[in-house]
Design a protein around this ligand. Structure first.
Ligand code: ZN
Length: 195
């Protein structure tokens, strides 16, 4: 994961706000967890109709909770050949701000490999966070900032019922950041006395 370069002056304040907004409120009633399980079983059965329906339910619950207009979702069997790449390459889905439509695909374009459930859910959360950026936070654009990726991770782990990981970042050229996977994936030491 790599962040976008900071924009020129006009939008820089919004970019910084996005970068520094590292978390999201989460519904506490377990509803996302339940609907996520339905997405997982729909994927296991393999039919895109059920996957689309359950993703739609996920988005209705999430949109109501965040008080944003519901966005539509389309689930495609494979990645379209021509994908608009407004921000950076979206490998497993995209979001159109004009139509508020999320598209997800169940297979990658090149190797036609089946998208894993984890990747699929994380893409759904990623695209929904673009929707939140524009409809809830009111950012001028939905940049891939460190904060953006962290909000996606908070939503993803909540929906999946898995513990949130602290993301560690390394600076790269041009004011961008990439995730330091070695540090991020290092098992957390719970026993302070060791070593
Ligand atoms: Zn994106």
């Amino acid at each position: 994961m790599l962040t976008d370069a900071p924009p020129r002056k006009a939008n820089r304040a919004g970019f910084i706000e996005s970068d520094q907004t590292r978390t999201l409120d989460l519904p506490q009633d377990g509803s996302l967890l339940t609907v996520t399980k339905s997405i997982e079983s729909a994927m296991r059965r393999g039919g895109s109709t059920d996957v689309r329906r359950t993703c739609g339910e996920f988005l209705v619950i999430a949109s109501e909770f965040y008080e944003v207009p519901a966005c539509g979702v389309r689930v495609l069997a494979a990645r379209p050949l021509r994908v608009r790449e407004q921000w950076t390459t979206e490998l497993f889905g995209d979001y159109s701000p004009e139509t508020m439509l999320i598209r997800l695909w169940m297979r990658t374009a090149v190797r036609k490999a089946i998208t894993s459930f984890g990747t699929f859910l994380s893409t759904l959360c990623h695209e929904f966070c673009h929707h939140l950026d524009l409809q809830k936070f009111g950012f001028k654009d939905s940049w891939h900032t460190r904060g953006f990726y962290e909000r996606v991770a908070v939503l993803y782990h909540h929906a999946r019922g898995t513990p949130i990981k602290t993301l560690f970042w390394l600076p790269v050229a041009g004011g961008r950041w990439r995730i330091d996977w070695r540090r991020t994936n290092r098992p957390r030491r719970t026993d302070a006395a060791s070593g």
